[in-house]
Design a protein around this ligand. Structure first.
Ligand code: MG
Length: 234
């Protein structure tokens, strides 16, 4: 359910994955949409339900299962886009496995890594308590979502994101990565700064990197599905 022996976050109030950090309020976002959301004409479509041509895994072809208009985590590893991105708008839809086989971090765990580094957590947080900075739509290990807008396992959910890449100057951080996130249409992060690249049981830190990077989707061993993934470069 969390940790009590991890380092404190910079706010000095909560530890990383703090077992005592309060759970965000639950907000029912309404029913799942009947169909995938429309795609803007200037979007870069990264997954249209048919193939993984925009994705690689460990430098090779991505090998997640593609069926019924979705791609599904299958233990073959995290996948990342061939193309690199900086500032962007992202839309994606995901669904946790319908069959509940585990709890806490073991239930529908995946994640969206911006620039391959900054994780927006994917987790089945429908009646599934875990540490608050690790639940669905958390900036993993850093910031819980404002509310828990998770739908039931098996139901399609959406993330709509505005991500601003960090800027570096003379080897140091000039401005942090920032993110705004809607989970199933509900605001869960409003222009929040990342503390650094995502870490487990450690305080996130920045290390200089290129101005653009891939979007990665995590294989955490749970058969999470994705569909309708597109970005708009900003
Ligand atoms: Mg994850």
């Amino acid at each position: 359910m969390g940790y009590s022996d991890t380092p404190f976050l910079p706010d000095g109030k909560w530890r990383v994955h703090d077992v005592a950090r309060p759970a965000p309020a639950v907000v029912n976002p309404g029913p799942a949409p009947a169909a995938p959301a429309p795609v803007p004409e200037d979007a870069v479509v990264l997954f249209d339900g048919k193939d993984l041509s925009h994705w690689t895994s460990g430098g090779k072809e991505a090998r997640w299962k593609v069926a019924e208009g979705a791609m599904e985590v299958n233990g073959t590893g995290t996948i990342e886009t061939r193309e690199s991105f900086g500032d962007l708008q992202l839309h994606l839809e995901w669904a946790a496995p319908k069959g509940i086989e585990s709890a806490s971090q073991g239930r529908g765990n995946s994640g969206v890594f911006f620039m391959g580094r900054y994780e927006l957590q994917v987790l089945d947080s429908f009646e599934n308590r875990t540490y608050s900075d690790g639940q669905a739509a958390a900036l993993y290990g850093q910031t819980p979502p404002l509310v828990n807008a998770c739908r039931k396992p098996g139901e399609w959910q959406s993330y709509d994101v505005v991500f601003t890449a960090p800027r570096f100057e003379n080897g140091g951080l000039k401005s942090p990565a920032r993110i705004t996130v809607f989970h199933n249409g509900v605001l869960v992060h409003h222009d929040v700064a990342f503390l650094g690249a995502t870490a487990h049981r450690a305080v996130a830190q920045y290390a200089e990197h290129a101005a653009s990077g891939p979007i990665a989707l995590q294989d955490h061993g749970n058969p999470v599905r994705y569909r309708n993934v597109w970005v708009r470069k900003l």
